[in-house]
Design a protein around this ligand. Structure first.
Ligand code: GLU
Length: 291
């Protein structure tokens, strides 16, 4: 199968260094394989979508030296595709209607709570407990879905009857992401390791929709100087802030490569330089990120 990779940012704010590093890696793996690289704007969560964020993210990606094949697609324009997939899952008994509110699930004593969040306790699996309420649709997941991640190794997977479509009608991230990866022919998903649990859910969905799942490559999260996941409280962490401070894309590309053990301290590396390194193991290390 020809390699198709993708980068799927949510336009909820500026592109930050951790996401930029994931984008560089995803792009370099696609180009190293001689494959396609697609861009998908995950703008389903309209209240969190920020005006202008999409254009700013594209500008930052171009500045870093990335390119993509075809026009970016937007999830907000693809609801019919998700509705068709849901219809198929319903017909085949893989989706069930659920009347539970989020709060009821969170407060249910029988819901498994762990590092993957709260999982659905199965309340409406036979029939909605309160059929008069607006109904969400959930995926019927009968067993944990294990996978082998190219970066993280074997993962036992999780079992969770996750939401496909919310009671208000909006489609959930898991559903949109899996349907898009399937329809866009994505062969390998490169993204942050915080989404490893989602890979288990999405792989089950790919199989239920009759498609071979993509390969998975989950990248460690970039750490701040204190060892915690890089976030706004660490200061200026957007690509734009570095550009505006006079950094070149080569210097920033080198710093991000160094944070994976792919470049030495102070080594400049533009995006094209990443292509030759994609076969190397990831050796995350802390690098000075202060502007
Ligand atoms: N849109 C998600 C995010 O920005 C990424 C989803 C994915 O790559 O599957 O966190």
């Amino acid at each position: 199968m020809p390699y198709t990779g993708r980068f799927a940012p949510s336009p909820t704010g500026a592109l930050h260094l951790g996401t930029a590093r994931t984008a560089l890696l995803a792009w370099a793996r696609a180009r190293a394989a001689g494959g396609r690289f697609l861009l998908r704007i995950e703008d389903l969560d309209q209240p969190r979508t920020v005006a202008g964020a999409e254009a700013a993210i594209l500008q930052d990606l171009r500045w870093l030296g990335l390119d993509w094949d075809g026009e970016p697609v937007r999830q907000s324009e693809r609801a019919q595709l998700y509705a068709d997939a849901l219809e198929r899952l319903r017909r085949e008994g893989r989706a069930f209607a659920c009347s539970c509110s989020r709060r009821e699930v969170e407060q249910s004593a029988s819901a498994p709570h762990d590092e993957n969040g709260v999982r659905y306790p199965g309340t409406c699996r036979q029939a909605p407990l309160h059929p008069g309420r607006p109904l969400a649709w959930r995926f019927r997941m009968d067993a944990p879905e294990p996978l082998t991640d190219l970066a993280c190794g074997p993962y036992a997977g999780i079992q969770d009857d996750f939401v496909l479509r919310r009671a208000e009608g909006g489609f959930n991230y898991q559903m949109a992401c899996a349907v898009d990866d399937l329809l866009q022919g994505v062969s390998e998903v490169v993204r942050g390791v915080d989404l490893l649990g989602s890979a288990s859910r999405q792989q089950a969905l790919h199989k239920a929709l009759g498609a071979p799942p993509p390969l998975w490559y989950h990248v460690p999260l970039l750490e701040g100087p204190d060892g915690f996941r890089l976030s706004k409280r660490h200061g200026s962490i957007s690509v734009a802030a570095y550009r505006e401070a006079g950094w070149s894309p080569q210097r920033l590309g080198g710093l991000l490569a160094a944070s994976l053990g792919w470049a030495g301290d102070g080594e400049a590396m533009q995006a094209a330089g990443w292509i030759g390194r994609v076969g190397r193991p990831l050796q995350p290390r802390r690098v000075p990120l202060d502007l």
